[in-house]
Ligand binder design. Structure first.
Ligand SMILES: CC(=O)N[C@H]1[C@@H](OP(=O)(O)OP(=O)(O)OC[C@H]2O[C@@H](n3ccc(=O)[nH]c3=O)[C@H](O)[C@@H]2O)O[C@H](CO)[C@@H](O)[C@@H]1O
Ligand SMILES: C=C(OP(=O)(O)O)C(=O)O
Length: 436
């Protein structure tokens, strides 16, 4: 397990370019399985989860070539389904969440697929019902093998149908789309997730020859086609990185320019940080966070305490709530953070409390943060990163803190943030990576 040793209390300054989006990459990479023609993907982040999925695709027989610093060419003309029977597949596929989205394309193209329980963050129950109910509606048989712990789906012919999803699951919607594009007839998905990554996936599939309409809404109509061809796709900047950098700048009193942020794709994210009192200037497609001595949390119009809660897109993404929470610890004022989607994502606040933050964990879903208004700095401590976003929240806390902090288990952070230590050190941070 690697650790970060952080000397805190330094202002950062300069420009940072967000990496390609992790959660978009995972969907887009699975889509390469839908065609035997080549697909080139640009702005692929060099992060653990994405690299693991690329490795998994290569093991299934996809020809993978790195054709540029952040570009890959994939050709799935020789897919080897027998690999799905191996122990190695079980190990690789169960180490990340995004691998679950190989099911849809394999089912659509080859008539069967299987997967062990996927991995990903341990942040509460993470059910897959939406995925499998969707496949069943398309005509697939679903089985969970109690001995091997594999989910299996089979279908000779997928048939388009109407479905109302039980929840607007992001990977669930992606998986069903990936299956429905090659089903016979028309599939209508109501209560579909509609975040930019899903929109990007649909646009890419349409370029490959699919026929998807309603993109950007929660009602998608997919007219199945016989086959799909190759294409080229560029990933969006990672909006969770963008939000993380805004929080980092505010906490460390830094002046940062977040370059080429695709501000048009960020939804409610900039305004949510503005409600914490953080000034953001949009210059072209860059976000400039100026150095701020103090930032004051807004109240609701009726004078009551602000709540920031997650919601399905276009609501505020749950993946940024840990960052909002840590950022609020040095604001002036009080905010209630309500993590509705995941029940085990707020426990990391204990570490912030040890650092001197004023937080009351009301229950597993809600925490009240009483900002310190920089009257008392956080203090450096030893801690461990429980999940990817809490890990970065702790890193932000440590960078703002007085003294030295050590964060262990930074592989959690490496799952989703590309060379974060090097990139932040280039802005003036002092982070040392210690490999154990
Ligand atoms: C690889 C990937 O892309 N992971 C993301 C994906 O995970 P993932 O696709 O696994 O998450 P889901 O959208 O399926 O569900 C997230 C959580 O919200 C709950 N839920 C979801 C929809 C809904 O209408 N009501 C509801 O309560 C689910 O039960 C679950 O607890 O989306 C999540 C929600 O944005 C993000 O946190 C993850 O980073
Ligand atoms: C929860 C996340 O990732 P995953 O779904 O891959 O665990 C995340 O990206 O914040």
């Amino acid at each position: 397990m690697a650790s970060f040793k952080i000397n805190g209390g330094f202002k950062l300054s300069g420009e940072i370019v967000p990496q390609g989006a992790k959660n978009e990459a995972l969907q887009i990479l699975c889509a390469v399985l839908l065609t035997e023609e080549p697909i080139t993907i640009h702005k692929v982040p060099d992060i653990r989860d994405v690299n693991k999925l690329i490795e998994l695709l290569a093991s299934i027989g996809v020809n993978v070539q790195k054709v540029g610093a952040e570009s890959y060419r994939f050709e799935a003309s020789q897919v080897d389904l027998s690999y799905l029977e191996t122990e190695e597949f079980k190990k690789k596929a169960s180490s990340l969440r995004g691998s679950v989205m190989i099911l849809g394309p394999l089912l659509a193209r080859f008539g069967s697929a299987k997967m062990p329980k996927p991995g990903g963050d341990k942040i509460g129950r993470r059910r897959l019902d939406t995925h499998f109910i969707g496949f069943q509606k398309l005509g697939a048989k679903f089985n969970f093998d109690n001995e091997s712990h594999f989910y299996e789906v089979d279908a000779t012919d997928l048939k388009g149908t109407y479905m109302l999803l039980d929840e607007a699951s992001v990977t669930g919607t992606a998986n069903i789309i990936l299956a429905a594009v090659l089903a016979k007839g028309i599939t209508t998905i109501y209560n579909a997730a509609c975040e930019p990554y899903i929109q990007q996936l649909c646009k890419m599939l349409n370029r490959m020859g699919a026929n998807i309409s309603g993109i950007g809404s929660n009602l998608l109509t997919i007219e199945g086609v016989e086959s799909l061809g190759g294409t080229t796709h560029t990933l969006l900047p990672d909006m969770i990185e963008v939000g993380s950098f805004i929080g980092l700048a505010a906490m460390t009193k830094s002046n940062l320019r977040i370059k080429d942020a695709r501000v048009d794709q960020l939804g409610i994210i900039p305004d949510t940080f503005r409600r914490l009192g953080i000034q953001l200037e949009i210059e072209g497609d860059d976000i400039v966070v100026p150095e701020q001595e103090s930032y004051r949390i807004e109240k609701f119009f009726d004078g009551s305490i602000l709540t920031i809660a997650d919601a399905i897109w276009p609501g505020f993404t749950p993946d940024l709530l840990s960052i909002v929470l840590v950022t609020a610890t040095q604001a002036k004022g009080t905010v209630l953070i309500h993590q509705k989607m995941f029940e085990s994502r707020l426990f990391f606040v204990d570490k912030l409390i040890d650092m001197g933050a004023q937080i009351i964990l009301c229950d597993p879903h809600r925490a009240t943060v009483i900002g310190l208004d920089r009257q008392t700095p956080l203090r450096g401590i030893k801690m461990s990163s429980p999940d990817i976003r809490a890990g970065v929240a702790l890193l932000i806390a440590a960078l703002s803190a007085e003294g030295t902090s050590v964060i262990s288990n930074v592989e959690q952070i490496d799952r989703g943030y590309q060379y974060i230590d090097k990139r932040l050190n280039a802005l003036g941070a002092q982070i040392e990576r210690i490999e154990d």
